[in-house]
Design a protein around this ligand. Sequence first.
Ligand code: G6P
Length: 370
Amino acid sequence: EQIEKSGYEHFMLKEIFEQPKSVHDTMRGRLLVEEGVIKMAGIWDHIERFKNANRIIIIACGTSWHAGLIGEYLIEEYARIPVEVEYASEFRYRNPIITDKDVVIAISQSGETADTMAALKLAKEKGAFIYGICNVVDSSIARITDAGSYTHAGPEIGVASTKAFTAQLTILSLIALKLGKHNGNLGNADFMSLIAELDAIPKKIEDVLSSTHELVQNIAKDFVNATNFLYLGRGYNYPAALEGALKLKEISYIHAEGYPAAEMKHGPIALIDENMPIVIIAPKKGHYDKIVSNVQEIKARKGKVIAVVNNGDTQVSEMSDYVIEIPETSECFSPIVASVPLQLLAYYIAVYRGANVDQPRNLAKSVTVE
Ligand code: G6P
């Protein structure tokens, strides 16, 4: 097992550090920047189904559901196809309206999650076209779908998903850009600059890992005894906040909640005092000015702010207690980069609390019961 961990203390840390490679592997052979092409046989062979789709329904559980939420933003923004994102367990039991004009995308790292599988079977029975985004090759979900794309992140051993999540975001980015380009909603110049930006993401993850690793360890030491955490983000980074909170909950057993930053005033603000740590994801692109006022509201109530901002940021940084800098990228890809220091933060807080990060209590890597 020590050999498999390649010198890392836990699989989770190893997998966090594998992300420059896993994101790259997910794009390899698909993203051809110089040719200006995204090659995805699963999409291309069924392009008419996607083109004629009334809507896309994304179904998933856990971390994969968070990836689905970001997929909704991506596909609606670039391909202009309406998207709904559903928890597989809720979708299945609420007598959903599904027709043969729907495309259902299931996202599952393991490809074995029982709720996702059951929801897919139902969608298939009703005639929808079903597409899988799985990490495990030849898994049950990969086998029952009409078509799909593997994430190619490599085996993920840590129960808390890290590299599978960023690989899912990568695939969803490729799908959204490919569909947008094909149906004419995404012009060539924008397409070209977005694919160049996506191609640069593995290097940006590498930079974040080296520039924030030590810093995040130090921040984590100050929060070992925290009992609650709030994670806030807007737009594409709202689901990234949900995922940041889930990571912390899963492995450190600290209660954490993710929220859209603007919704803070409708409830969570009542919780803020000097004992409440708040992680804010505030890259320059995407509602930055609004986030600035959210941070002001928090500081007025003495909350402890840990801000994830772009390199060279001043406004949010000056008000924050802790600052984690990440490189700038297009708003739509920023969750891929911003998630990395949040994974590290959850990891180190859990390690300092003496928790078993690779095998957290009560959780399983793949949940094969409903
Ligand atoms: C379990 C795992 C989570 C995962 C979820 C969905 O709860 O602990 O990490 O996100 O299942 O799994 P899937 O394999 O379908 O992505």
